[in-house]
Ligand binder design. Structure first.
Ligand SMILES: C[S@@+](CC[C@H](N)C(=O)[O-])C[C@H]1O[C@@H](n2cnc3c(N)ncnc32)[C@H](O)[C@@H]1O
Length: 307
């Protein structure tokens, strides 16, 4: 199972790992990053979270060959606070979010993430979740489909595509990935389809909606900041401009004095900045990495430190 960890060295360096520290890998995936953290721990602890059971099963094997000081948790990272509470941990020294999906999730034909192979339209990272991509394309209104395709997929022809979906499902429920690809092709015409590949954007939008990816990111960042020890760090890799926008804003807001109290002689502690930005501009993959891994193309890394 091959997953190439994007900006691995940059993330590990960003964490400033102490051998007795507590670190959270909120997106364990195929353990590419967790493995490197665990190697650097002596008395410390790694808490590795993923909502995908396949990823967890694979990574359990990888990590147990390195050392014993880790806990793997099958949950959504939005529950970070509850996860730490259960382990009787109040503060940690570093947290990684390497967002999105891993290559095996995409390559695994049965999950419905790929627009290139036929499968039931699923796209749930956590198979216990109720709503799948199939539910969305068959039940959302025309306007709601248009909205998510436009917002999360940034697809210009979202309106004609959502209309075509609504027409198609009147005749027959849309069940598979390739049925959806055909509907998209019919909506936009072959010329646009082969030039612009709107199916990529529509599948991305559905994945974001199915897994509520932007909502959970927005919720977890303040929780993550509040879970850090002094000098503890967070490293986030995003793959989508909307994700990066959320991370950038949350980090900026928490690194500046609240506008309401700016200029006061004695600023109450709760209004002081909680973090400092380690990099003002996002770190991008090196030219070498861009050449070697096409998945790294849209990646951006932001790092902060608790003060
Ligand atoms: C890009 S991969 C991580 C790859 C990993 N860093 C590595 O080097 O192998 C993202 C992983 O995060 C998981 N994931 C995404 N969103 C999640 C969430 N909200 N809660 C828990 N896991 C999530 C996915 O299931 C996937 O396995």
């Amino acid at each position: 199972m091959k997953h190439y960890s994007v900006m691995l060295n940059e993330v590990i360096e960003a964490l400033n790992i102490k051998s007795d520290g507590i670190y959270v890998d909120a997106t364990l995936g195929y353990a590419g990053m967790s493995k490197e953290i665990l190697k650097r721990l002596d008395k410390g602890l790694l808490i590795a979270i993923d909502e995908d059971l396949d990823a967890i099963k694979y990574s359990e094997n990888v990590l147990q060959n390195i050392g014993g000081n880790y806990k793997i948790i099958n949950d959504n990272f939005v529950n970070l606070k509850e996860i730490l509470n259960k382990l009787n941990i109040t503060k940690v020294d570093g947290i990684i979010f390497d967002l999105g999906f891993s290559s095996p999730q995409i390559d695994e034909d049965q999950r419905g993430f790929s627009f290139m192979s036929d499968a039931v339209l699923d796209m749930r990272m956590n198979l216990n979740n109720k709503v799948s991509a199939k539910d969305i394309v068959n039940t959302y209104s025309d306007e709601k489909l248009w909205d998510i395709f436009f917002k999360y997929g940034e697809e210009k022809l979202s309106k004609v595509i959502s209309k075509e979906i609504v027409n198609a499902r009147k005749i027959k429920e849309i069940e598979t990935t390739l049925e959806l690809v055909e509907i998209i092709k019919k909506a936009v015409g072959a010329n646009y389809f082969y030039k612009q590949h709107p199916e990529r954007k529509i599948f991305q939008a559905l994945r974001i909606e199915v897994n509520k990816e932007l909502e959970v990111l927005e919720k977890v960042l303040p929780i993550a900041i509040d879970s850090l020890n002094k000098n503890g760090r967070i490293a986030v890799i995003t793959f989508h401009s909307l994700e990066d926008k959320i991370v950038k804003k949350k980090f900026k807001d928490n690194s500046e004095i609240d506008e309401m109290v700016k200029g006061l002689p004695n600023i109450p502690k709760e209004y002081l900045p909680k973090i400092k930005l380690i990099n003002k501009k996002p770190i991008l993959p090196s030219t070498k990495e861009l050449e070697e891994n096409s998945r790294s193309h849209s990646a951006k890394l932001r790092i902060i430190e608790r003060i």
